[in-house]
Ligand binder design. Structure first.
Ligand SMILES: [Fe+2]
Ligand SMILES: [Fe+2]
Length: 192
């Protein structure tokens, strides 16, 4: 699948506002790739498709989780916001026949992060967090940090997500904690 085809597919699958968000994520991800490397073609395709499942019904996503042995059932306890990224990777593979692990895992972990993120995963995760449409003050701070240091940017975004959720007494998906811990430990080890 080429970029133009992928854009056409998500233009139909998403509401206009979400499609515009997607375009901004693609351009932000491209900038990050120029700065920090990674496979630009795969990063851009993952960014185009990252919210592919955003408007699927909760019932459909829920039954996808229950019927897919690769998706843990505990996902169902953490709400829709995180579900669309995990089932999105499944739909992109099954419906759009994208069969590339780099692309699929960047879609799968774009909301939660995880320990051991690939460069491409970090870039799509961070681009989604800092695209210019994100106007909350924390995004500005992370944007600044990410100019110089991709891992530090990821650490701050993960930290903010954990703070945001825990302030509301909402559950935090374990992958997010594990990603946060890994970045925090590594950055401390290297004096960051
Ligand atoms: Fe998303
Ligand atoms: Fe997004």
């Amino acid at each position: 699948m080429n970029e133009a085809q992928a854009f056409e597919i998500v233009r139909k699958a998403l509401k206009p506002r979400r499609f515009e968000h997607t375009e901004r994520v693609v351009s932000e991800a491209s900038k990050l790739a120029e700065r920090f490397g990674g496979n630009l073609e795969k990063i851009r395709l993952a960014a185009i498709l990252h919210d592919y499942a955003k408007y699927r019904s909760y019932d459909e996503m829920r039954s996808t989780v229950l019927n897919n042995r690769h998706l843990p059932n505990r996902l169902l306890e953490y709400g829709n916001e995180l579900l669309h990224s995990f089932v999105g990777a499944v739909y992109v593979q099954e419906e759009l026949k994208v069969d590339d692990d780099i692309i699929l895992s960047a879609i799968r972990y774009h909301t939660t992060g995880r320990a051991g993120m690939t460069l491409e995963e970090k870039i799509v995760f961070l681009a989604d967090y800092i695209e210019p449409g994100r106007t909350f003050p924390e995004a500005g701070q992370v944007r600044e940090t990410a100019e110089a240091d991709l891992d530090k940017g990821c650490l701050e975004a993960l930290r903010n997500t954990i703070v945001f959720l825990s302030k509301k007494s909402l559950p935090v998906y374990p992958d997010t904690f594990e990603a946060y811990n890994e970045f925090a430990i590594n950055l401390r080890a290297y004096g960051g």
